[in-house]
Design a protein around this ligand. Structure first.
Ligand code: HEM
Length: 146
């Protein structure tokens, strides 16, 4: 069961990062081309948001079913004292939750913006910062799996 959840979380990682990359490129293209924000732009940004939220839920389940989770039994010191365990149990989850909060803020703020340029800009900025945070705490030693 644990292996199925982790592998789902691992594979969804590609989908989320690809959807975010597409949404960011599309938003910057919108900013620089000065074209109107249309239904396709909304859909691209919305799909990236939805995939991020699905990954957040799968991440929460992964957290409690992961083999790393039992490290908490030995106390805070043993979790924080091991670089790898600290990454999986503290840094990766907290940074990624913050990243998804920022992506969600970008989505909400784009809806409040009156003109197309502002809509594109808010998605571009918030999705980019969120994605950089995600990339900063991916366990690159273990992913992509060989
Ligand atoms: C968009 C957000 C996220 C992305 C892109 C992401 C991506 C990844 C990736 C690529 C791995 C490595 C999987 C592997 O070893 O093959 C991983 C592992 C893990 N993630 Fe996430 N993650 C996200 C959010 C979260 C959240 C919010 C949590 C917890 C609340 C979480 C908990 C974990 C845990 C515990 C592992 C280690 C699983 C194990 O090997 O036992 N992730 N994540």
């Amino acid at each position: 069961m644990n292996e199925i959840i982790t592998s789902l979380h691992s594979n969804m990682g590609y989908v989320v990062l690809a959807a975010l990359a597409l949404a960011i490129l599309n938003a910057f293209w919108g900013v620089f081309s000065k074209r109107p924000f249309g239904a396709r732009d909304l859909r691209i940004a919305l799909f990236a948001l939805i995939f991020s939220h699905i990954q957040l839920l799968i991440g929460l389940i992964t957290y409690f079913s992961s083999n790393y989770f039992s490290a908490w039994e030995n106390g805070m010191g043993s979790v924080m004292g091991n670089r790898n365990i600290r990454l999986y149990l503290v840094e990766h989850p907290t940074t990624n939750i913050l990243a998804i909060v920022l992506i969600t803020m970008g989505w909400s703020l784009h809806k409040k913006a009156a003109d197309s340029r502002k809509k594109f800009l808010r998605i571009a900025v918030f999705y980019t910062v969120g994605t950089l945070l995600l990339l900063s705490r991916i366990p690159w030693d273990a992913w992509p799996r060989s």
